[in-house]
Design a protein. Structure first.
Length: 427
């Protein structure tokens, strides 16, 4: 955690350094991220969301301790030092139970925080911005802050009980659009005003003080704001530094704080550098990583059609389509349009809701079949050039093995490289 605090302080002082946060629970994404961090000799921040990992298993089927073990197992396989891994919890609060009364939802959020802290997660995003069934709309800043302070107190108590001390670093606030992309087509976004950011900080500071959490407040390192970046199903709003010029001035007026930017997926590479320069020192990346993985898998699926007998093919695309139609709950309320438009979005939307289906047993079997079918011999380079030209060039240069799993991870790393080059600049 000292390393993370050092990055925060250097960024505050004007050094263009930051850290990117891998928000994914897919083993290939985690493996690729660890390999990349190992090559770059940097630490790796990995975050699980409340929807992915909670006391009821989340959509991954893992609780916090299980996610910790899952990450550690991959680290041992890759040879990545465990001490270089920072585990974080994202959007921890009542989000999974917002359909319930606030009392019941917050009780579950208490248990959620306890499990994350007990499992060794050291960076916690306290997010109580969502309305519960009995809440008035809109939820006041004071109630949001009071609930966040309640969860912080739970976390501090659990850390003291388990480890004898607390070194947890906290992030407060929430971005305006929903996590994982918005459902609306976008052309521009309203950047968080300095006044709103300062009010969020002040009401949280008061709430922490009321809970006798002054020492914990000194470990609040970030606030989530809207820098003016977002993506929808088919569009991306790129960062415009001039629109955030007033907002970045907040950092000089507050101690210890930097900005945490969510939904930074799909930005142009130079925008990540601009974000870090403007004190968005923590950059979250999530759907773009599994989106890149899906691109690689679908490219390999096309290659498979030329190399494998039809009866032995994986039928990956068809399997994904069938399983999404059998169980539509993870996409149906997000995608709309004609049947053809919905089908296109199911597979190719930037919001990448297909990521919820990779743990499906039949989809997993199809992926495994695809990889096995293409592992017996190298893929012919002309085919690789047709469907994965960037990876083909790396194979030609001797930088990449012509193996399906390596090709998939290389595709994921193309995303990570944009983030790491912005956060860890080589002078």
């Amino acid at each position: 955690m000292k390393y993370l605090k050092k990055i925060i302080e250097e960024n505050r002082q004007g050094t263009p350094k930051g850290i990117y946060s891998v928000c994914s629970a897919h083993p290939l994404v985690i493996e690729a991220a660890m390999e990349h961090a190992k090559e770059e000799k940097t630490p790796l921040l990995i975050e699980a969301t409340a929807n992915q990992v909670n006391q009821f298993g989340g959509y991954t089927g893992m609780r916090a301790e299980g996610f910790y073990d899952f990450v550690c197992a991959i680290a041992l396989k890759v040879g990545f030092p465990l001490e270089h891994i920072i585990l974080g919890g994202d959007h921890l609060g009542p989000v999974c139970w917002s359909g319930e009364n606030s009392s019941d939802a917050m009780d579950k959020a208490d248990d959620l925080i306890k499990e994350y802290v007990a499992a060794g997660f050291k960076k916690i995003h306290l997010d109580c911005s969502m309305e519960c069934a009995d809440d008035n709309s809109p939820l006041s800043d004071e109630i949001i802050a009071m609930r966040a302070a309640r969860l912080c107190k739970i976390a501090e108590h659990e850390a003291l009980k388990r480890f004898g001390e607390s070194d947890i670093l906290y992030v407060i606030g929430t971005e305006v659009p929903p996590p994982g992309g918005t459902n609306e087509e976008l052309t521009e976004l309203e950047v968080t005003s300095p006044e709103h950011a300062l009010r969020t900080l002040n009401v949280h500071k008061i709430a922490f003080k009321n809970q006798e959490l002054n020492e914990a407040w000194s470990r609040v390192i970030g606030i989530v704001v809207q820098p003016g970046v977002e993506f929808s199903h088919t569009s991306i709003v790129q960062y415009q530094p001039d629109k955030a010029a007033k907002l970045k001035g907040v950092i000089s007026s507050e101690d210890n704080i930097v900005f945490e930017a969510h939904s930074t997926d799909y930005q142009l590479p130079e925008n990540y550098k601009r974000l870090v320069e403007d004190h968005f020192a923590i950059l979250k990346v999530g759907p773009q990583l599994t989106y890149a993985m899906r691109e690689a898998l679908y490219a390999l699926h096309q290659i498979e059609k030329y190399l494998v007998n039809q009866d032995d093919q994986s039928n990956l695309y068809e399997t994904c389509e069938r399983e999404m139609m059998v169980s539509p709950k993870n996409w149906q309320k997000f995608y709309s349009g004609s049947k053809e438009e919905e089908k296109l979005l199911r597979h190719f939307s930037y919001s990448d809701r297909i990521r919820y289906y990779w743990p499906n047993k039949k989809v997993e079997e199809a992926v495994r079949s695809l990889i096995d079918n293409l592992s017996d011999r190298p893929i012919p380079l002309p085919l690789l050039s047709q469907y994965m030209p960037e990876q083909n060039m790396a194979v030609l240069e001797g930088k990449l093995k012509n193996k399906p799993k390596e090709l998939i991870k290389a595709k994921i790393k193309t995303v990570l490289k944009h983030y790491s080059s912005a956060c860890y600049r080589k002078h």
